[in-house]
Design a binder for this molecule. Structure first.
Ligand code: BGC
Length: 287
């Protein structure tokens, strides 16, 4: 452990991130894919707390999604759970059209659903390669496409938002940090970066804002082995200059601000929320 990592500040217990709740999204309709757990769950709840109606998508964890819906109901907004596999075109089309039927429209699409199927490359099956690309990349394409069709149809409603609609792609620091043993995941997130920028370029003239959030190591079920034991945690912290593992609320807060008109001039940007993981901390003492 380097001198830097022993800094006294890192021995102070972390307080949870503050929750931002100024009704920034009042009257807007949001859909969060994979809203039943982890980053998606925190984001769905944060959007609801900020005044948006929220559709909580899930693929198999109905109880998880229902629990999120229950919590969002407490904010007095409309919300329901919708089962759909984001990698299936017909299911995504049905999900967005059901939302338009029930809530009237969509203003915010958070394309969050994602998974890992890790293996050394020479042992990685084509099935696991395809699965990760289909959910993490094709799923985001389908969700963005269906939301954008509705944004185009409806256009800007100035009382609701300065933009005709917002897409937030949930990416990862691995859209720029190569990740041995995770080639399918890293390739999918590299793809998300260019998907996001291309959509942003294509639709900005219609006042549609497409951006991404690139989380670092956030304490969620997807990376449980990386933070579960004290040894794993210590090793992970070496990659995080800020000295703490991220909380799903850190990402949810970024999503609320990015989706809101506070960020109306933010178009085609990746918002890294990673405690400095992308600063190549190894070079702080080497190189
Ligand atoms: C991955 C996590 C990982 C983090 C930092 C995320 O995108 O899903 O498993 O801990 O990146 O490496």
């Amino acid at each position: 452990m380097s001198e830097r990592r022993r800094s006294p500040v890192h021995t102070v217990p972390d307080r949870p991130p503050p929750v931002y709740a100024p009704e920034l999204l009042k009257g807007q309709k949001a859909l969060v894919t994979g809203g039943n757990s982890g980053i998606g769950k925190a984001t769905a709840i944060a959007l609801g707390r900020s005044g948006a109606d929220v559709v909580v998508n899930y693929v198999s964890d109905r109880p998880g999604a229902e629990a999120v819906v229950k919590e969002i109901e407490g904010f007095g907004v409309r919300t329901y759970a919708h089962q759909a596999d984001v990698s299936q075109e017909d299911q995504v089309i049905d999900m967005v059209s059901a939302m338009i039927d029930r809530l009237g429209t969509i203003d915010i699409m958070v394309a969050n659903a994602g998974l890992q199927r890790d293996a050394p490359t020479v042992e990685m099956t084509l099935k696991d390669w395809n699965k990760v690309i289909e959910v993490n990349l094709t799923g985001q394409f389908l969700c963005a496409r269906e939301a954008i069709k509705e944004f185009q149809r409806r256009g800007v409603v100035p009382e609701v938002s300065r933009a005709a609609g917002k897409v937030i792609c949930m990416s990862s620091v691995h859209q720029m940090i190569p990740w041995a043993g995770h080639v399918n995941y890293a390739a999918s997130k590299g793809g998300v970066a260019m998907l996001m920028e291309t959509l942003a370029q294509e639709f900005a003239p219609q006042r549609i804002r497409v951006n991404a959030i690139a989380p670092g190591a956030i304490r969620t079920p997807i990376n449980r082995p990386a933070w579960e034991t004290p040894e794993a945690r210590e090793k992970l912290l070496e990659l995080i200059p800020y000295g703490r593992i991220g909380d799903p609320q850190d990402i949810a807060n970024a999503a609320v601000v990015l989706a809101s008109d506070l960020c109306d001039y933010v178009v085609g940007t990746t918002f890294y929320v990673d405690g400095g993981m992308t600063l190549f901390p190894g070079f702080a003492t080497g190189g």
